[in-house]
Design a protein around this ligand. Sequence first.
Ligand SMILES: Cc1cc2nc3c(=O)[nH]c(=O)nc-3n(C[C@H](O)[C@H](O)[C@H](O)COP(=O)(O)O)c2cc1C
Length: 247
Amino acid sequence: MKILALNSSPRGDGVSKTGILLNALIKGMEESGANVENVQLRKKSVRQCVGCYTCWTKTPGICVHNDDMSKELLPKWLEADIVIYATPLYHYTVNARMKTFIERTLPAWEPFMHRVDGRTHHPIRRKPPKAVVLSVAGFPELAVFSYLSSYVNMLFGKGLLAEIYRPASEIMTFPIFQDKTGAILAAVTQGGRELVESGKISVQTMGNIAAPIVEDFDAFANMANVFWKSCIDQGLTPLEFDKKNLV
Ligand SMILES: Cc1cc2nc3c(=O)[nH]c(=O)nc-3n(C[C@H](O)[C@H](O)[C@H](O)COP(=O)(O)O)c2cc1C
């Protein structure tokens, strides 16, 4: 099984919570025998779609841009059995880098409109890869992902194998929550194994992935506010705050 993992976080390894979860998922998938390629989209040049429809008319299937998307990523996307779309939640949806990637898959479709079960579709030139969506968010409620979930269900339809959502992701690296984070990452790894072995993630594993780190969301908000106030008072970004080992 060929899996293409796309991480659209602008942050690097160890800092990106998307990356921390994605690495745990990939671990499980590889343990179950999948061949996974992990692509950091921040290191790739993926220009924005200009809406010219050249890829639908003059050069069917081929984009006008000659960048990493055209040369490397779209061919890999077309070859994959499963694509993991791993994105931080930005303004309740995928971040702009991931959205740009998704828009640039347009050459894979044909322009014609087909009506199936009361809905209009563009036919795809070849079988599309199945999708797994992974996202992390700062807020503690799982409901923060509801708009993203609605979007990806519309986008991928029956091709969507799993949605892995982790709220309150920023506190995962706090030493005090080490045990809970360990259990969450173990559940994500288990989810990776289940996906490769059965094509889905069990309800129990999904529950373990989304388990609250802090049960009291009012206390969570108070804790976050003390943290941000300290950053402002000290004139430090969160990363600088961590590097100084401040608590
Ligand atoms: C521009 C921006 C928009 C964000 N929007 C949301 C949001 O709508 N809801 C939320 O809970 N967190 C939001 N966050 C917080 C991120 O989802 C969170 O920090 C996440 O851990 C970042 O993932 P990363 O470490 O992989 O980059 C936002 C952060 C940024 C920088």
